[in-house]
Write a protein that binds this ligand. Structure first.
Ligand code: B3K
Ligand code: ZN
Length: 896
């Protein structure tokens, strides 16, 4: 290495390792904050009661975290410190010769109006708000900004009266007027918490109010604060909140603990929402909902996110993380909790299909890419990069497996023990698993490998049937591909839920050398536990050669390979007693058929309807005729595997082959099942009042899937019906479904109508930011040519705001992630466009910049020409001066 290279390497951001964890030198018993907000700047005075941590070695100096702070003054026990008593480091302040116990008073000046990172204290439209997780508190004042330092906070917020609402965590303990048209509010949070759960809001906000009586008969005030214009869109969030509170009492025995629970909606927010103690801050997109402006998916998202943040009050706040390597302790568990809640509010099978679709496309892709990491990572450069699908969604799958392995009763005993044992503590995933093991007596030693080994395990299953002995054997071999930090994996403990299907349905299961299991009532369902690299399970008294139904309910986050014939899949689709596997069989069958077409396409031959196996059509026809099926499941079974899922499964992604083959299969289905789709579409009562019940959502989704297929037929009558739906629908789900079809239809008539509809839509909804976002997305995801030019034009439209994360997600991210055929433009224009955005955002908002990088990180999955184009853009970003840690980490790992 040359000297200059060495210097460069030293200046590069450094990784932080789990193995280096040390307990903090000091603890902060109490934190008193005084936050004085002025136009253009804010003064923060903190009083910290510090004492040496008895569990640490005597330190005699105190190193505090701090980023972008202007230090005004620093005093110990009221005595101002001389400048040589402390030292600034990079993002830190070290005070020398500190006593064992003292009061530190620190005044800092910060500039929320200039804070475009949306981390720390910042201004969103008319209000001031905070986002501190993971390490944003250090942008407010010098502090021990780590989750294992838990403190009792008292916060006084002071501002001009043009900000009438002043909020912070806990209970309101004082308020009053001050000189110069200013006022204050003081909040006290009796629960010790880490700084990442701190929050503050000041603004001119309206609110709705309700109350909840807890299981021990305490009254809790519930308030949702929004900008006055949004007051009509809070009811669904309030209902969801009350349902969540009840559910957590009933299912986990968890009661809410403060007198008040508040939600504030802000429009500029890097993610969905934040679980600050007693004062959740939400992205408007995850709180506001009403039928005229919000789709069914939007309603469900509000319900899910409200529940998720509320559930964090126990899984995250009362029991928190020791360090950020433990992030999945709270996130995986809480996603599992919110997913079960949503399932209980709607349908378990439908929710499972939705969760698994997300996991199998995006999380599996992450686990196979350069950013792959175990759910408890060993190292990171920037923790913000680890709020991933792996930590959240795979983390939830690991908890789900634990819940299923233990069974309902033992799992509840385990979570009770976990909450009891660790209330008020900052703990590790080891502690979580230990509580479950202790309460249930189950040995989870091998299971813990799921926490430390990355990558998606693969199960290769073969079988044989012996007619003479009536024995059926399943051989299962597990393996796991190497990931950046681990080449060799030890076998996982994998629960495989299964059944065997005979010609007349489920067969009884007699596993050799094991007691029959009558838990499911009829002994037709079993969970076999894999613990070795290779295992064989023999079933006796099997009277005919069965078709195995494996991994029912997606019992483990793995890729299962079994050589199903198309007849097998058709049997599973129509007969499996497991609804999830019926859906999965439909996807496997469709995949096989799409892959046939892809093969023809790649041979350079013409693809046409003749390349399509009619068995898929017949299977889907039966699905459409099956009255016993939930309509939501019919809709999902009719929906072909997404391009993203097909790409994830491919070794090399052939963008065009996937796109055109899938499109051809869709069009053929539309032609062949036209009368069935007509029947569904025309049989739907378009005049009915809107409801957000599971049944109503299901009926709408099936009807709109029918419309989607019918619109592939380029039929004038259908195009007119679609326009009618757009113009007359009484809810946004149906409006957007129709608009999406008009925008994507090739027919000249549809194109001209879509032009009118888009203009009309904007005219009507321009004042509703969240609706405008949907308008941006429908255009950004248009699969027709020239979409990039349209996206670029929209960037300079009034509808767009390049600083608002929701707008960036609606336009740029939607184009790059959900429009493969246009983003992967053969000349690389899409890649260049994305890199341009990332370079700007790197300075403005590093978290958003880093998140946007995802599609480029997948470059190794493409053919050489595209690889080169993608890599060139990554290198271009890498060469930028002043790369944020966020962007540096993702780009450097992608290029490594
Ligand atoms: N805990 C927050 C996520 C914070 C992300 C910080 N970059 C939201 C949630 O998972 O509930
Ligand atoms: Zn969370």
């Amino acid at each position: 290495m040359s000297a200059s290279q060495q210097l460069q390497a030293e200046q590069q951001p450094q990784a932080i390792y789990l193995k280096d964890y040390k307990v903090p030198d000091y603890l902060i018993a109490k934190t008193e904050l005084h936050v004085d907000i002025y136009d253009g700047y804010t003064l923060v005075t903190s009083n910290l009661s510090l004492r040496e941590n008895p569990a640490a070695q005597a330190a005699s100096q105190l190193k505090l975290h701090g980023t972008d702070l202007e230090l005004i003054s620093l005093a110990i026990d009221g005595k101002e410190l001389a400048a040589n008593a402390y030292e600034f480091g990079e993002e830190s302040l070290t005070i020398k010769n500190t006593p064992a116990q003292f009061l530190l008073t620190c005044v800092t000046k910060i500039f929320p109006e200039k804070n475009t990172s949306l981390e720390g204290l910042y201004k969103s439209r008319t209000m001031y708000c905070t986002q501190c997780e993971a390490e944003g508190f250090r942008k407010i004042t010098y502090y021990l900004d780590r989750p294992d330092v838990m403190s009792e906070f008292t916060t006084t917020v002071v501002a001009d009266k043009k900000f009438p609402v002043l909020l912070s965590n806990g209970n309101l303990v004082g308020q009053g007027d001050l000189d110069n048209n200013r006022h204050f509010a003081t909040w006290h949070d009796p629960f010790k918490k880490p700084a990442y759960l701190f929050a503050l809001v000041a603004g001119d906000l309206a609110h709705i109010e309700d109350s909840f009586t807890t299981c021990s008969q305490r009254e809790v005030t519930l308030k949702i604060y929004v900008e006055p214009k949004d007051l009509d869109k809070c009811d669904h969030a309030m209902t969801s909140l009350k349902n969540s509170m009840r559910w957590d009492e009933e299912v986990y025995g968890r009661e809410y603990d403060l007198d008040i629970f508040m939600i504030v909606a802000v429009d500029d927010f890097n993610m969905g929402a934040m679980e600050n103690k007693g004062l959740n801050i939400f992205n408007t997109s995850c709180v506001l909902a009403k039928p005229e402006t919000t789709t069914d998916v939007g309603f469900q998202r509000v319900e899910g996110v409200v529940a998720h943040e509320y559930f964090h009050n126990w899984s995250g706040n009362r029991v928190t993380c020791r360090d950020w390597f433990q992030l999945s302790l709270k996130e995986g568990f809480t996603v599992y909790r919110d997913s079960e809640f949503s399932a209980d509010m709607g349908s378990h099978t439908v929710k499972r299909v939705e969760d698994v679709s997300l996991l199998r496309t995006l999380q599996f892709a992450e686990d196979a890419g350069p950013m792959a990491h175990p759910i408890r990572p060993e190292s990171y450069i920037e923790i913000s990069n680890f709020y991933t699908l792996t930590i959240y969604e795979k983390g939830a799958e690991i908890v789900r497996m634990l819940a299923n392995l233990l069974g309902k009763e033992n799992f509840r005993k385990g979570t009770d023990l976990y909450f009891d044992r660790h209330d008020g503590q900052a703990v590790t995933t080891e502690d979580f698993v230990a509580a479950l093991a202790d309460a249930s007596g189950k040995d989870l030693t091998q299971f813990k490998r799921w926490y430390s080994q990355a990558g998606t395990p693969r199960l290769q299953v073969t079988d044989e049937y012996n007619e003479d002995t009536q024995e059926y054997s399943l051989h299962i071999k597990q393996s796991c591909p190497p990931t950046p930090e681990c080449q060799q994996k030890l076998p996982f403990h994998i629960p495989v839920a299964m059944g065997l299907l005979g010609s007349a349905g489920d067969l009884p299961l007699y596993l050799k050398d094991a007691e029959p299991d009558f838990e499911t009532g009829d002994n037709t369902h079993k969970v076999i536990e894999l613990t070795q690299q290779e295992q064989t399970f023999v079933f006796t008294r099997v009277q005919e050669k069965p078709v195995p139904s494996l991994l029912r309910g997606f019992s483990a986050p793995v890729k299962l390979h079994y050589d199903y014939s198309r007849e097998d899949l058709m049997l599973l689709m129509s007969r499996d007693s497991d609804g999830f596997n019926r859906w999965d069989a439909s996807q496997q069958l469709a995949l096989q058929v799409i892959n046939d077409v892809i093969t023809v396409y790649q041979r350079g031959e013409n693809i046409n309807a003749a390349s399509i196996d009619s068995r898929l059509i017949e299977a889907l026809r039966s699905v459409l005729q099956d009255e016993s099926l939930d309509q939501a499941m019919v809709a999902y079974m009719l929906t072909l595997p997404s391009e993203a899922y097909i790409s994830e499964l491919a070794d090399i992604v052939d963008v065009e082959a996937i796109h055109y083959s899938r499109a051809l299969v869709r069009k053929t289905i539309a032609h062949e099942l036209r009368s069935e789709f007509d029947r569904v579409y025309n049989g739907y009562d378009h005049q009915q009042a809107y409801a957000v019940t599971a049944d109503a959502i299901a009926a709408r989704s099936l009807k709109n899937v029918a419309l989607e297929y019918l619109m592939l037929l380029d039929d004038e009558d259908i195009i007119r019906s679609c326009e009618r739906q757009y113009l007359t629908a009484n809810n946004m789900t149906d409006v957007m479904a129709a608009l999406t079809q008009l925008v994507n239809a090739k027919a000249e008539l549809a194109q001209s109508l879509s032009g009118n509809a888009l203009a009309h839509f904007y005219e009507k909804w321009q004042a509703e930011s969240l609706v405008v976002n949907q308008w941006l997305t429908v255009q950004a995801t248009c699969r027709l040519p020239n979409t990039l030019a349209r996206v670029k034009a929209l960037e300079v439209h009034n509808a767009y705001d390049s600083k608002n994360p929701n707008k960036i997600r609606a336009l740029v991210s939607a184009f790059c992630n959900n429009n493969a055929i246009n983003f992967h433009d053969a000349e690389g224009e899409g890649y260049k466009f994305l890199a341009d955005k990332i370079i700007v955002l790197n300075k403005q908002n590093p978290q958003i910049a880093s998140r946007l990088l995802t599609p480029l990180t997948k470059w190794k999955k493409y053919a050489p020409a595209r690889q080169l184009l993608m890599k060139t853009q990554l290198e271009r970003i890498m060469a930028e001066p002043d790369l944020s840690k966020d962007v540096f980490e993702v780009v450097s790992k992608s290029l490594a």
